[in-house]
Write a protein that binds this ligand. Structure first.
Ligand code: SF4
Length: 453
């Protein structure tokens, strides 16, 4: 770790934190994409919750949590993916494992739960999530799912996600493996000109905004994972020409598997901010070799960007020079946010992610200004220490970061699962800018500052 020597930083964490210095991009300097340090109280969620993040938005899937009832509390409530049709995904089903099940095994209880659900609800698709205790007692969840699939002729797919089996990224992979299990029987060589969107979860309806853009420029969307997805739509995905990856952290592994096993190449995109939205639409048209779509994308994006100019100018006056701290899930989102704050005239003084990769951190380091602190897999103590040191005016993060900001008496913007206003696309720029302005310039901070720190 470059020049950071603080008593509140664990020695084992030092290489996961760096400070931009002398305009120098450290390249290999960042330790990331690794297991969390034991006892460091990482902000990351467990592997099981990582898997739920990816699969839960599938609107007609039945999600059975094989484990204690507490694990099933991680449900739709804390991830507001919207649906245009079915809404069974808003429920969690759980085997509610108790002491006797743990002593004698829970496979029989799981079998009964699946049979009851099939008989009473007639599901098209079931996911069965293994939780920590199932990893400990060793129930053969694969065998139960296989037997149930064969008996009732529907996909009953195991998600191998005991919480302790890794971090949130491990859960993403397990969910991607489950999606591949669904897709592989539908492999086809007959392709249609169209794309799959991977890694968008239709939070506050963002998938609908992005799909609408593709419709405007004449690019068909074959399937989308997993925001507002359903079984019938998902199994069409193998016929798409390319995959477009929005949340790289959760879906690059799926994109790689789809490229290798289904022959669908991919490109990473971001629909956060004017610059990234514009570049993404143009790049997708170019990747398809669709000149007409490219021209339409250029025209559409310049019109939308022009509409935003006066609006951004007005808000820039309110936000100029404010300092922002960012702590989000993936590297691509952090990169988009830094660019958006640049456009608002704000300065990123701290930026971190839960699952960023080496290449993400290299881009982040090249974008931020001198002395910005960059962290991977941070814990609350580190976030608090650096926000105080850097004098951040606002923190952008998720539900676990919100109390940290309020405790320090600074503004907060939710850019995670619980957001209620779409932040993607051009509409997102409008919402994001007004939300940042409302939070940062709220008179409440004048009253609390100093009193709660
Ligand atoms: S860590 Fe284990 S017990 Fe806790 S929510 Fe995750 S799977 Fe359940």
């Amino acid at each position: 770790m470059a020049d950071i020597n603080r008593t509140d930083i664990l020695h084992e964490r030092e290489n996961s934190i760096l400070r931009k210095q002398d305009g120098f991009c450290s390249g290999n300097g960042m330790q990331c994409d690794a297991a969390s340090v034991s006892g460091a109280v990482s902000q990351r969620a467990c592997a099981y919750t990582g898997a739920r993040v990816v699969l839960n938005p599938i609107t007609d899937a039945y999600h059975i949590i094989h484990g204690p009832i507490g694990c099933s509390s991680y449900t739709w409530d804390i991830r507001g993916s919207l649906t245009s049709k079915e809404d069974i995904y808003r429920n969690s089903f759980c085997t509610d494992l108790r002491e006797t099940d743990i002593i004698f095994g829970g496979a029989e209880k799981l079998t009964k739960a699946i049979e009851e659900l099939i008989k009473e609800q007639n599901p098209k698709l079931i996911f069965v999530y293994s939780t920590c205790i199932v990893g400990v007692i060793g129930d053969d969840v694969d065998a139960v799912c296989r037997i149930m699939s064969e008996k009732y002729n529907i996909p009953v797919i195991p998600v191998k996600s005991p919480g302790f089996s890794g971090n949130k990224s491990t859960g993403y992979k397990m969910a991607c493996d489950a999606i591949m299990e669904l897709l592989l029987p539908h492999k086809t060589d007959e392709k249609v000109e169209g794309i799959n969107i991977l890694g968008d979860y239709n939070l506050a309806g963002e998938m609908w905004i992005i799909k609408n853009y593709f419709k405007k420029i004449g690019i068909p969307v074959v399937s989308a994972f997993t925001g507002d997805a359903n079984y019938e739509n998902m199994i069409k995905a193998p016929s798409a020409t390319i995959n477009v990856v929005q949340c790289a952290g959760s879906s690059t592994y799926l994109a790689n598997r789809m490229e290798e096993e289904l022959g669908i190449p991919y490109l990473k995109v971001s629909f956060f901010g004017i610059e990234d939205t514009t570049n993404s639409l143009i790049r997708v048209a170019e990747a398809l070799g669709n000149e007409e779509a490219r021209k339409k994308a250029v025209e559409f994006c310049s019109q939308e960007a022009a509409k935003m100019e006066g609006f951004l100018e007005k808000y820039r006056r309110n936000l100029q020079g404010k300092k922002v701290a960012i702590y989000v899930g993936g590297g691509f989102k952090a990169i988009s946010l830094i660019r958006q704050f640049d456009l608002m005239g704000m300065k990123t003084v701290m930026v971190g992610t839960q699952t960023g990769k080496k290449e993400d951190y290299e881009i982040i380091e090249s974008l931020v200004g001198e002395d910005t602190v960059i962290l991977d897999d941070a814990n609350p103590a580190e976030l608090e220490a650096f926000m105080k040191e850097k004098g951040a005016d606002i923190l952008v993060g998720g539900v676990k970061e919100r109390p940290l900001a309020y405790k320090l008496g600074i503004a907060f913007c939710d850019h995670n699962h619980e957001r209620k206003r779409p932040l993607a696309g051009f509409e997102g720029v409008y919402h994001f800018t007004t939300e940042i302005n409302q939070s940062i310039n709220s008179p409440v901070w004048d009253y609390v500052k100093g009193g709660c720190v």
